[in-house]
Ligand binder design. Structure first.
Ligand code: NAG
Ligand code: NAG
Ligand code: NAG
Ligand code: NAG
Ligand code: NAG
Ligand code: NAG
Ligand code: NAG
Ligand code: NAG
Ligand code: NAG
Ligand code: NAG
Ligand code: NAG
Ligand code: NAG
Length: 640
C-alpha cells in the first residue's frame, strides 16, 4: 500500500478538477466590449478561512486571498478518497462577490483541531473532513449555519458529545460522524432535524438510550449506530422511518425483541442487527420487504423456524442468521441458491434431504456456513454440522501449534502448522480429528476486501508467527478436535499488523473483540494494540487450566460490533489472531484422575472469569505493567 499522501510532499500531484463548479468570471452585459470582472471573496471571509486553515493545519490552501475561489490551490484531487476541494458560489451581488459553499478535505491526515470558525461561513452547504487526524470537539457554533446540508467527519479523533445546538441546523440532510471518540447521550434536539436522510453514528462511545424524538425523522434513509454503548429496548418508533433503506444496529447494548412494526419498513435493503440482550424473540415479520438485499440477524436470540417468504426475496444477497436458536429444518432454497448463507450455530433438526446438500466438513460449499447448526445428525461424516462438533474418531493425546494465516513455521522451539487457506469466502476448514476453524461474516461495506489473511501493509517490524494472522469479519472459532479429557494450557498469540504506527488516520484503528474459551467469555472488548502497547508488537495471552470434557476445545474470537470499521479503509474490523498453542497439562496415559476435580475446576473457572471481568471493568487489568513490551512472552492469566 502506498504511504498516505503528505501535504508537504514535493511529488504531490495537483490536478485541476475537471468539473468547474464556479463561475468566477462574469461578463459585463452593459459594456460595448465584454469586460472581465473577477468576483472576489469578502475580506473578512478570507480571514476566517485563514484561521480555519491554521487551526486544521492545512498547508495546501495558501496563500488565501480574495481571488482564491479561482485558484488551483483549492482543487487537489488525488483519487476519490483523497481530495481537497473548496468551492464557492460567485453569483452574489451581480456576480461580483463569492462565498465559500463547500469545504471538503478528505484523506489528508490533517492534524489540527476542528475550528469554531466553520460556524462563521454562513453560505456553507457542506463540511466534509473525512479520514483525517483532527481532534477537538464538535463546535456548537456550527448551529449558526443556516444552509448546511452535509456534516461529515468520519475517521478522526473527535471527542465530547454531539452539542444539542446541532439540532438547530434544520437544513441538515446528512450527519455522518462514525469512527471517532464521541460520547455521552444523544441530544433529543436531533429530533428537530426533519430533513435528515443519513444519521451515521457508528463506532463511537455514545451512551444512554435513543431519544424518542428521533421518531420524528421521517425522511431518514440511513440510520447506523453500530458499536456504541447505547442501551434500552429497540424503540417502537423505528416504524415511523418508512423511507429507511439501511438500518444498522450491530454491537450495541440494546435489548430485543425486535419491535413488530419493523414490518412497516418496506424500503429496507439492508437490515443488520446483532448481539441483542434480553429475552428470546420470534422471527420478525419481514414479509413486505421485497427489496431486501442484506439480512443479518446475528446473535439476536431468535427462536423460530425460517419463514418461507424469505425464499421470495429475489434481491437477497446475504442471509446471515447465525448464532440464534433457529429451529425446524434448513429450508431447501437456502442450500441451493446463489446467496451467501450463514446459518451456523443454531438448533436446526436434521432432515433426510441434507447431508451432501450442506457440503462436506472437508469440502465446504462456496458461500455457505452450516457449522454447528444442527442439534444432531445421523451421519458421522457430517459431524461438523452438529452442535459441539462431536469427535467421530479416536481421542488423541497431543499438543497443537497453529500459525494462523501463515505457512508452517518454526517458533520458540516448536513447529507451527500451516493455516494459510485464504479461500476468501470459504468460511470453514477442518482437518478431521485434528483441528479446524469456522469463520462467519463478510466485509460488507467493501466487497473487494474479502481476504481472511491479514497483511502487514505498513511494514511493521514483526517476526515469526506474528508476520501473518487470520482475520474474520465477525466471528472466528478455532477448534482443537478429539482431545482426551483433561486440563490444557491455551496460549493465544496476537500482534496488530493492519494499522500504521504514525500520526495518520491509518493509525486510528481500534480493533475490539471478545475472547471466549469453552464458551466462557474471558475477555470482553479485547484490544491487541492496547494490551501490547502499540502496533507491530507480539503478545501472548495465556489461559491456563482449560477443561476439555467431550473431545473439543473451542476458542472463540468475536466481534460484537465495537471499534472502528473504516480504518485504514472501509470494512476493516473483527478478530485477528497470529498463532495458537494448546498443550495438555497432564502426561500421556498418566491416568486422567481429573474426573472429580472437573466439577470444582469448572466452577472456579466461572468464578475466575467473573472475577477477571470484574477486574477489567474496574480497570485493574488494563494496565501496561502486565505487558512485556520487549519480547513475545506476554502476560499470564491463570484461571485456577
Ligand atoms: C482569526 O484568528 C485571530 C487569532 O486567533 C483572531 O484575532 C481573529 O479575530 C480571527 N479572525 C476571524 C475573522 O475569525
Ligand atoms: C502541521 O502539520 C505538519 C505535518 O503535516 C507538522 O509537522 C506540524 O507540526 C503541524 N503543525 C502544528 C501546529 O500542529
Ligand atoms: C492571490 O494569490 C494568488 C496565488 O494563489 C496570486 O497569484 C494573486 O496575485 C493573489 N492576489 C492578490 C490580490 O493578492
Ligand atoms: C448561488 O447562490 C444563489 C443565491 O443564494 C443561488 O440562487 C444559486 O442557486 C447558487 N448557485 C449554486 C451553483 O449553488
Ligand atoms: C489535539 O491534539 C494535540 C496533539 O496532537 C494536543 O496537543 C491538543 O491538546 C489536542 N487538542 C484538543 C482540543 O484535544
Ligand atoms: C435553537 O434555536 C432556537 C430558536 O432559534 C433557540 O431559542 C434555541 O436556544 C436554540 N437552541 C440551541 C440548543 O441552540
Ligand atoms: C422529505 O423528503 C421529501 C422527498 O424527498 C421532500 O419533499 C421533503 O421536503 C422532505 N422533508 C423535509 C422536512 O425535508
Ligand atoms: C467510553 O465511555 C466510557 C464512560 O462513558 C469511558 O469509560 C471509556 O473510556 C470511553 N471509551 C472510549 C474509547 O472513549
Ligand atoms: C412466494 O411467491 C410465490 C410466487 O409468486 C407465491 O405463490 C408464494 O405464495 C410466495 N410465498 C410466500 C411464503 O410468500
Ligand atoms: C438449543 O440448543 C441448546 C443446546 O445447544 C439448548 O440448550 C437449547 O435449549 C436449545 N433451544 C431450543 C429453543 O431448542
Ligand atoms: C436418524 O436416525 C433415527 C434413529 O436411528 C431415525 O429414527 C431417524 O429417522 C433418522 N433421521 C434421519 C433424518 O435420517
Ligand atoms: C484555477 C482556475 O480555476 N483557474 C481559472 C480562473 O479563471 C480563468 C478564466 O475563467 C480560467 O481560465 C482558469 O482556468
Amino acid at each position: 500500500m502506498a504511504s498516505p499522501p503528505s501535504l508537504l510532499s514535493k511529488t504531490f500531484s495537483v490536478l485541476v478538477s475537471g468539473f468547474v463548479v464556479l463561475n468566477c468570471f462574469a461578463v459585463d452585459k452593459f459594456g460595448s466590449h465584454a469586460q472581465v470582472i473577477t468576483p472576489l471573496l469578502p475580506v473578512d471571509e478570507v480571514q476566517i478561512l485563514q484561521n480555519i486553515s491554521n487551526k486544521l493545519n492545512i498547508s495546501n490552501w495558501a496563500p488565501i486571498n480574495q481571488t482564491s475561489c479561482n485558484s488551483t490551490q483549492w482543487k487537489h484531487t488525488i483519487d476519490s478518497k483523497t481530495q481537497s476541494i473548496v468551492t464557492c458560489n460567485c453569483t452574489f451581488e451581480n456576480d461580483s462577490v463569492c462565498h465559500v459553499t463547500n469545504i471538503s478535505v478528505k484523506g489528508f491526515n490533517l492534524n489540527g483541531v476542528l475550528p469554531d470558525e466553520l460556524g462563521d461561513l454562513p453560505h456553507l452547504l457542506e463540511i466534509d473532513l473525512t479520514r483525517n487526524y483532527i481532534n477537538g470537539t464538535i463546535p456548537p457554533r456550527l448551529a449558526q449555519l443556516p444552509n448546511l446540508k452535509i456534516l461529515s467527519l468520519i475517521v478522526n479523533r473527535l471527542t465530547g458529545p454531539i452539542p444539542p445546538e446541532i439540532g438547530n441546523i434544520t437544513t441538515l440532510e446528512e450527519l455522518v460522524l462514525d469512527d471517532n471518540l464521541l460520547g455521552g447521550p444523544l441530544p433529543p434536539d436531533l429530533g428537530k432535524l426533519t430533513s435528515l436522510r443519513r444519521l451515521v453514528l457508528s463506532s463511537n462511545n455514545f451512551t444512554g438510550t435513543i431519544p424518542e424524538t428521533l421518531g420524528n425523522l421521517k425522511n431518514l434513509t440511513e440510520f447506523m449506530i453500530d458499536g456504541s454503548e447505547l442501551s434500552g429496548k429497540i424503540p417502537e418508533f423505528i416504524g415511523n422511518w418508512r423511507n429507511i433503506v439501511k438500518l444498522d444496529l450491530q454491537g450495541t447494548s440494546m435489548e430485543g425483541p425486535i419491535p413488530s412494526n419493523i414490518s412497516l419498513l418496506t424500503s429496507l435493503k439492508s437490515l443488520r442487527i446483532s448481539d441483542l440482550n434480553g429475552s428470546s424473540s420470534p422471527f420478525p415479520n419481514l414479509q413486505a420487504m421485497k427489496s431486501l438485499e442484506n439480512l443479518i440477524l446475528r446473535n439476536c436470540l431468535i427462536t423460530a423456524s425460517i419463514p418461507d417468504y424469505i425464499a421470495n426475496m429475489t434481491s437477497l444477497n446475504f442471509l446471515f442468521l447465525n448464532n440464534n436458536l433457529l429451529t425446524g429444518e434448513v429450508p431447501k432454497w437456502a442450500l441451493n441458491n446463489r446467496q451467501k448463507v450463514d446459518l451456523s450455530y443454531n438448533n436446526f433438526t436434521w432432515s433426510a434431504l441434507e447431508g451432501s446438500a450442506l457440503g462436506s466438513c472437508q469440502q465446504p460449499k462456496q458461500d455457505k456456513n452450516f457449522v454447528s447448526s444442527h442439534l444432531s445428525n445421523n451421519n458421522t461424516d457430517d459431524w461438523c454440522f452438529t452442535k459441539g462438533l462431536p469427535c467421530t474418531q479416536n481421542l488423541e493425546y497431543r499438543s497443537l501449534f497453529i500459525n494462523c494465516g501463515g505457512g508452517s513455521a518454526p517458533f520458540n522451539g516448536d513447529t507451527y502448522e500451516r493455516d494459510s487457506n485464504d479461500g476468501g469466502r470459504v468460511s470453514f476448514s477442518f482437518l478431521p480429528g485434528k483441528w479446524g476453524y469456522s469463520s462467519t461474516g463478510t466485509y460488507m461495506e467493501n466487497t473487494s476486501v474479502q481476504t481472511s489473511i491479514a497483511k502487514n501493509d505498513f511494514n511493521l517490524g514483526v517476526t515469526g508467527v506474528y508476520e501473518t494472522a487470520r482475520l474474520a469479519p465477525q466471528s472466528l472459532k478455532y477448534y482443537a478436535l478429539c482431545l482426551p479429557k483433561g486440563k490444557y494450557k491455551v496460549q493465544l498469540h496476537f500482534a496488530e499488523i493492519m494499522y500504521s504506527n504514525d500520526q495518520t488516520f491509518s493509525s486510528l484503528g481500534r480493533r475490539i473483540f471478545d475472547i471466549s474459551i469453552q464458551g466462557i467469555t474471558l475477555w470482553k472488548n479485547f484490544n491487541i494494540m492496547e494490551r501490547a502497547g502499540g502496533v507491530g508488537i507480539g503478545i501472548i495471552e495465556v489461559f491456563d487450566n482449560i477443561i476439555v470434557n467431550d473431545g473439543t476445545l473451542e476458542i472463540h474470537l468475536y466481534w460484537a460490533g465495537k471499534g472502528t470499521t473504516f480504518v485504514p479503509y472501509r470494512g476493516v474490523h473483527g478478530p485477528l489472531i497470529s498463532a495458537i498453542t494448546v498443550t495438555p497439562k497432564f502426561k500421556n496415559g498418566s491416568g486422567l484422575s481429573v474426573g472429580a476435580v472437573i466439577g470444582i475446576v469448572a466452577a472456579s473457572c466461572v468464578l475466575a472469569a467473573l472475577f477477571l471481568l470484574l477486574l477489567r471493568s474496574k480497570g485493574y487489568l488494563g494496565g501496561k505493567e502486565l505487558v512485556d513490551k520487549g519480547g513475545t512472552e506476554g502476560i499470564s492469566i491463570s484461571l485456577v
